[in-house]
Design a protein around this ligand. Structure first.
Ligand code: ADP
Ligand code: LRH
Length: 489
């Protein structure tokens, strides 16, 4: 028999889903209820075109998904929301001001200059422990300040907190996602009020920090009526940063395991008890993000399958449907696996690959600048992307090992990218470590488990939660191959 169920809303950068999860005979049972695309929109904004999330469409899709979940047979006892990090809506008197920007919008350069003019990168890292990414919330808010829009706002809510607010009327900031803003003290995990003051940001702009597992509030009566929910259905804070939920669902409790949360981005790292805030760690651009139960996600954001999806978007043109793209993906990966000619390895973490645009042309330009022969065919481009990602994973894992002093012997790949057998094999080959792939829906699983624990359905520690994931499905194992000299990393 399945226990009471919880509903996980998981908004990824490429798609969103609503999944019901419960426990049956000690294993997880997940029932996908709704999936919907997440396509950003370009809006003409006077002097430039802004890139935004279609947040009201996402809200419509996720609430429709929740309504469908609540119509089923399961006894749904809680709802939890996670999404990609760093982005937010500005509000005034509870109303959203404008359409939230996408982190790939290029307005942030002015924000980086403004922040670094006040607080240097070294000091910033010593306080917030974050990898420098130009789209960290602190830089986006500074860009809004430069543009004059911040002055209108009395509150900023991160995306999952915004959804929770629309569902419950309660304004909070969930801790794991707060850790991606650059405004949280890496040691205390509370807002760094000194930093806020130095940057001229009002403390009240940010809602109080709450830990995963906290009840945010009950559905507003009007929302409950729309969704067909019973009275008092709670929205529970989960690891609302999608990567925090994914890491919580890595099916291993071994200290020597690294993780790669593989989707639009690849987040490569290890879990620690305390942050590493050294200058060496800053120079290597490692981040100390907050995990579930106060753990530290010591990782690097290494670009990801975005390089591939954006290349496919270039080849397919804007009109291609999702179904076309996924059949293309299977065919392209098969062709890429059959490539025998050596392909160039480029720096997948180069900032030039962040903004939307013609990815194959940028890869070609990178290769020419570095005196490498560019890939010639689509299959070679795909192979080059996957080899370059695997090479970046290998470098990152070596760095994580060195900077943390913790030996790494295995690699767990979770998320949509764990289905990419070629990438998993190349990762095993280039890291020289066995790769364990799966689960695909790690983020939704982490979301579900934190809710089930808060509801008293499952006990205790994060390790106990990970044991449930390990019991539920066996990962696919990839063993490092002996490489020919031409292919050696
Ligand atoms: P996000 O949460 O960032 O939206 P996901 O974890 O859903 O990302 O992963 C999406 C990625 O997973 C896609 O970009 C695609 O490259 C990869 N993927 C999805 N399905 C498959 C598949 N059947 N085979 C190989 N790769 C896949
Ligand atoms: C992955 C992710 C990642 C962040 C990026 C903005 O979805 O949350 O952890 O760096 O989006």
């Amino acid at each position: 028999r399945t226990t009471a169920a919880v509903a996980a809303v998981d908004l990824g950068a490429t798609s969103g889903r609503v999944i019901l999860g419960g426990l049956a005979d000690g294993r997880l049972r997940m029932r996908p209820v709704a999936r919907f695309p997440n396509q950003p929109v370009r809006l003409h904004e006077g002097h430039r075109a802004g890139l935004h999330w279609n947040i009201t469409e996402l809200h419509r899709s996720l609430t429709a998904g929740l309504a469908q979940a609540l119509r089923g047979d399961e006894d749904v006892v809680s709802v939890g929301v996670d999404s990609w990090a760093v982005d937010y809506a500005l509000l005034r008197d509870g109303r959203m001001l404008g359409v939230p920007y996408h982190y790939r919008d290029e307005r942030t350069a002015a924000g980086v200059a403004a922040v670094h003019g006040q607080v240097g990168p070294e000091e910033l890292y010593a306080r917030n422990g974050l990898q420098h990414l130009p789209f960290n919330t602190v830089f986006q808010l500074a860009a809004d300040r430069v543009a004059g829009t911040l002055d209108l706002a009395d509150r900023a809510l991160l995306i999952p907190d915004l959804i929770a607010y629309w569902l419950t009327g309660q304004e909070v900031t969930e801790a794991t996602n707060a850790s991606t803003t650059g405004l949280l003290d890496a040691r205390t995990r509370q807002w760094d009020t000194g930093l806020l003051a130095e940057l001229g940001l009002a403390r009240e702009l940010l809602a109080p920090v709450v830990a995963p597992g906290t009840t945010i509030g009950s559905l507003l009566p009007a929302v409950a009526a729309d969704l067909g929910a019973g009275p008092g259905l709670p929205v529970t804070a989960v690891g609302s940063h999608d990567t925090a939920s994914a890491v919580a669902a890595v099916p291993s409790t071994a200290e020597d395991a690294a993780f790669i949360s593989s989707g639009t981005w690849s987040l490569v790292g290890i879990e620690l008890e305390a942050p590493v805030l050294t200058e060496e760690s800053r120079a290597a651009n490692f981040t100390n993000e907050g995990g579930v139960d106060g753990r530290v996600r010591y990782l690097k954001n290494v670009s990801g399958l975005w390089l591939l999806t954006e290349s496919m978007r270039t080849w397919d043109g804007p009109g291609a449907t999702d179904a076309q793209r996924s059949s293309d993906l299977a065919a392209l990966l098969a062709e890429a696996a059959a490539v025998t000619r050596p392909v160039p390895v480029f720096d997948a973490t180069d900032d030039r690959f962040t903004a939307p645009g013609d990815m194959p042309a940028r890869i070609t330009a990178w290769c020419r600048e570095h005196d490498l022969e560019p890939p010639r065919t689509r299959a070679e481009v795909v192979r080059s992307i996957l080899e370059s990602l695997a090479a970046a994973y290998a470098t990152t894992i070596e760095q994580a090992e060195r900077l943390s002093g913790r030996p790494i012997r295995t690699v767990h790949v979770v998320g949509g990218g764990s289905q990419n057998a070629l990438l998993c094999q190349l990762t095993a080959d280039r890291t020289g470590r066995p790769v364990h792939a799966g689960p695909v829906e790690a983020t939704a699983i982490g979301n579900v488990l934190v809710q089930l624990r808060a509801a008293g359905v499952v006990p205790g520690s994060l390790e106990a939660l990970r044991d449930i994931v390990a019991r539920t499905a066996e990962p696919v194992r990839y063993v490092p191959r002996v490489l020919s000299p031409a292919r050696r990393p």
